[in-house]
Design a protein around this ligand. Sequence first.
Ligand SMILES: *Cc1c(COP(=O)(O)O)cnc(C)c1O
Length: 390
Amino acid sequence: MNQAPFSTSCIQISTAAIRSNIHFLRKTMGNKVCLSSVVKGNAYGHGISTYVPLAEAAGVTHFSVFSDEEAWQVKAVCRPSTEVMIMGQVSDSGLDWAIKNDVSFFVFDFARLDKTIARARFLGKAARIHLEIETGMNRTGFQLTALPTLLALLKQNKTHLVLEGLCTHYAGAESITNFVRVKQQIEQFKLAQAQFKQARLKVRRHHTACSAAALMYPETRMDMVRIGILQYGFWPSPEVKLRFLGPLEGAKTKADPLKRCMRWTSEVMSVQEVAAGEFIGYGTHYLAQKKMRVATVPVGYSHGYARSLSNQGRVLIGSHEAAVIGVVNMSLMLVDVTAHKHIQIGDEVVLIGKNGKKAITVASFGELSHQLNYELLTRMPLNIARKPVA
Ligand SMILES: *Cc1c(COP(=O)(O)O)cnc(C)c1O
């Protein structure tokens, strides 16, 4: 995308926060476990082209994405030696590209396996594949009953395939309500591992864990963990945070080791005085009960600031919290600065993130607008400039 050199808001990505989170993950997972940084959904909204080089600088050498399109975006900015893995969709033309560029990908059914073998044979280059096992999520993967056929095919086509991975994905490791199901999945995966072993088929890495599984079920870490949300400084769920950091009462809770990487800022566009008794903005959503001072911020729902934050949201201007008043417009919003006479045009406005001791958290933002951290982050619009900061 051709990006203009100006924008009404900016998403700052903190290099120090990324470094700190990656350090925490390495320490927690141990040195023997490969850390794959999951950057699907435009690096959970942080921007693939901004995030990938920063993660590499923090020591990451393996990235996971959902599609060939995202893999292409990672390859466009990553080091030549960095590994890229596709966990989901690969188009026909993407398949050739992936094989040629040593991008590995999940193979979860015979249709994809047949296609992969055919193209690898045609191109004269082995495809790097991860065999995904269906262990109970019932989304994608080979059933255990299909393994004898699969193993035979893999043996017959050895020259066309590099077995990079044996993997599965858990159906909700972030909630204890799924405990039995996840445990059953772990058992199913062990059965698949045993079949591979018995067939003497060596696979480079066994990997099953996302962020929540890696913390809640350490036995799922195996050779590699696929970490998304944690590296950006967010917990997969409040439950995982509580269970990892310790109880709320009694014993002292550990400090939160995660640092949020994203800070979304804009600036005051205009300031107005409004007389008591006047409605502010569209319609009758907000009535000035006293003489007020109102600042305009050039960010609206078209920029990803949810309309449901009308009369609800909060922003930081300097060290002051200011409330969103009236409805959020398409391209701007109004905030109450009555108590802060010194606030003026050009002052920085923090929509998400910290300023000094105060913070607008993604969680509070998400609760008010009824979105999950994951959803809110990945909905951060593509056309807002991402800027790395120290
Ligand atoms: C998204 C995804 C992950 C990472 O999930 P987080 O909860 O963000 O760590 C891991 N594995 C697969 C297959 C995924 O789709």
